[in-house]
Design a protein around this ligand. Structure first.
Ligand SMILES: *Cc1c(COP(=O)(O)O)cnc(C)c1O
Length: 392
């Protein structure tokens, strides 16, 4: 099994936070603007026919606010090429179209973002693309699910919503043995906690809507790879199909990146303390948090993650109604889909984010509640959860 690759990239001598603040942008040579300007321009003047300034021609193809974001995301993931998209799903759609043809097959997790499953199951299946389902934590099951036509092994780690962790190096070896590429949806960990390319993954996907943006104020997605041909194929579709972020969105996402490290530390601190509180609570039968030593995939998490993240899922002892009541009773934890923002959110996956998995192999437990732990004062968060669980 391959180990983590050595720090091969020129940016790697700088720490994560330095790269997150600086990579991709130098103060503007003309004005000295310390922050990247929002270039609200759809087209760019040419000095002569085909003579573009700094490569900019038309803003679907490239935009001077988006380009620093793409470079910054690539540096954060210790990758070579970054591409930004209008949403995580736009990134997913672009990657699937760049890599799969009719008759091809991919392996997907038995626990995954509902929208990813829906796109593969409802849309790509219409074009003769087949999939099999396997748990990311089980290398033998992933190997067994592969076929001669398998082009992609698609994983999330930690998974959404059960927080199961896959050993990325092991999965990369299994994928490559079978002639497939390994895709890692790194949304839940963020590049601060884990860099899948350094463990052998071929491409990393983000919903930058979540931790990267970090303030629940922008929707976006990204793909990062070291594979030059794959990046060229992604760039062709990024321009050719056009699911790009506008300059305002690119600006907000890059602004989020600058504080990712400090936010993630606080998300992790708060989640760990909340897990401690929940562990002793009679209303809770099961806590899904990879930082718990009792978590079935804790070893893989400890190997490849800096810390264990801000997402916690719990199962309620008294079943689905208790789960729904818990979600309805919190006041500081806002009842809402999404995750990764500074504010704490709570949701019922079965009825909300994962409703599209009902009746499938990806169906989630009905008594499950997912919490995105924000950066508020942890005493207030624990107090809110305590009052909401009272009597449940
Ligand atoms: C939200 C999410 C997506 C989809 O991203 P959008 O930005 O909502 O399109 C994909 N994967 C995971 C793990 C997510 O949480």
């Amino acid at each position: 099994m391959s180990e983590q690759r050595s720090q091969a990239h020129s940016t790697s001598w700088q720490g994560f936070s330095t790269r997150a603040v600086h990579a991709g942008y130098e103060p503007d040579p003309l004005t000295g603007a310390v922050n990247v300007p929002i270039y609200a321009s759809s087209t760019f003047q040419q000095d002569g026919v085909g003579q573009m300034r700094d490569g900019f021609e038309y803003a679907r193809t490239g935009n001077p606010t988006r380009r620093p974001l793409e470079a910054n995301l690539a540096a954060a993931e210790e990758g070579t090429f970054g591409r930004a998209f209008a949403s995580g799903m736009a990134a997913t759609d672009t990657l699937l179209r760049a890599t799969l043809r009719p008759g091809d097959h991919l392996v997907i997790p038995d626990d995954a973002y509902g929208g990813t499953f829906r796109l593969i199951d409802k849309v790509f299946s219409q074009w003769g693309i087949e999939y099999s389902v396997a748990p990311v934590s089980d290398l033998d099951a992933v190997r067994a699910a592969m076929r001669p036509t398998t082009k992609l092994v698609w994983i999330e780690t930690p998974t959404n919503p059960l927080l199961s962790v896959g050993d990325i190096a092991g999965l990369a070896a299994v994928s490559h043995d079978g002639g497939a590429k390994l895709v890692v949806d790194n949304t839940f960990a963020s590049p601060y906690l884990q860099t899948p390319l350094t463990w052998g993954a071929d491409v990393v996907l983000h919903s930058t809507t979540k931790y990267v943006g970090g303030h629940s104020d922008v929707v976006g997605g990204a793909l990062i790879t070291d594979d030059e041909q794959l990046d060229a194929d992604l760039a062709f579709l990024q321009n050719g199909a056009g699911a790009v972020p506008g300059p305002f969105d690119a600006y907000l996402t890059l602004r989020g990146m600058k504080t990712l490290a400090v936010r993630m530390e606080r998300h992790c601190d708060n989640a760990e303390k909340l897990v401690e509180f929940l562990a002793g609570h009679p209303a809770i039968t099961k806590i899904h948090y990879p930082g718990l030593e009792s978590h079935p995939t804790h070893a893989a998490a400890a190997k490849q993650m800096r810390r264990f993240g801000g997402m916690i899922s719990v199962e309620l002892a008294r079943g689905e109604q208790a789960a729904l009541d818990f979600c309805a009773r919190t006041t500081l934890f806002t009842l809402a889909e999404s995750l990764g923002g500074v504010e704490s959110l709570i949701e019922h996956p079965g009825a909300m984010t994962h409703a599209s998995t009902a009746g499938s192999q990806l169906e989630v437990p009905a008594n499950l509640v997912r919490m995105s732990v924000g950066i508020e004062d942890v005493g207030d968060l624990i107090g809110d959860v305590e009052q909401a669980l009272e009597g449940l």
